[in-house]
Design a protein around this ligand. Structure first.
Ligand code: 6GU
Length: 225
């Protein structure tokens, strides 16, 4: 799977996508991530990428021309399944969307900054607008990293049996149950007996019970779904 990520601050993408599970996925050739500095498509001697909004108001808007030149340059090198714009007014990202996107091959992500991007690019070059939650980030980069991480780990072969996505919160519509590791007693606090019992069937029943209880208490909204 290939991601092309357009950003005016590509440095923000490096570390979150350069370690741990995503790093391994890249090293193994299961995941390609290409970060493009929009400024290389900037206009004039100052490589301008943003300008004042028509009609006035605070903040700058990413201009259509550098962005479209960048999008078209990328499209001339590969064919994209989707061009995604990360924006707080987009469709809410969740595990279902992550599952759906993980079936695609080539995704282009556009990170907005300042007051966003020229509406004409959204209208004519973007296929999907995505938000990662109801709060405002300074730019789309952190949202892009969240999306690439959540989608990248679902690519077959990225996770192994130990890190399997099947037991993740949300993957089966439930939050994950509590987990414990050694020692069996820490500062007088014991691990639940059942987990030390060796009865795998009863342990799985207990975990399912705990997951249900946790979901009922914390996220009754996803249980109704
Ligand atoms: Cl995708 N971008 C920005 N700037 N803020 C957000 C977001 C995206 N999702 C939630 N907040």
């Amino acid at each position: 799977m290939h991601f092309s990520i357009i950003s005016v601050v590509p440095e923000l993408l490096e570390s979150p996508l350069g370690h741990s599970v995503i790093r391994r996925a890249r090293d193994w050739g299961l995941l390609e991530i290409e970060c493009i500095d929009l400024r290389t498509f900037g206009l004039g001697a100052y490589r301008q990428v943003d300008d004042y909004p028509y009609g006035g108001g605070a903040g700058m808007v990413l201009m259509a021309e550098p962005l479209v030149n960048c999008i078209e340059a990328l499209k001339s090198k590969r064919s994209y399944d989707l061009v995604i714009y990360l924006t707080p007014d987009g469709e809410r990202f969740d595990q279902h969307m992550a599952n759906r996107l993980s079936l695609q091959h080539n995704l282009m992500l556009i990170c907005g900054h300042y007051k966003g991007i020229d509406q004409r690019v959204r209208d004519h070059w973007v296929n999907l607008e995505v938000s990662i939650g109801d709060y405002v980030l300074s730019g789309g980069e952190i949202a892009a990293c969240a999306l690439v991480d959540a989608v990248g780990r679902l690519i077959p072969g990225v996770l192994n049996d130990e890190t399997s996505a099947l037991s993740d919160s949300f993957q089966d519509g439930l939050l994950a149950p509590p987990v414990y590791t050694r020692p069996a007693e820490f500062q007088g606090l014991p691990v639940p007996d059942i987990l030390l019992s060796g009865h795998q069937v009863r342990i799985e029943d207990w975990r399912h019970e705990q997951a249900l209880q946790r979901t009922t208490e914390r996220r009754p909204d996803i249980l109704r779904d």
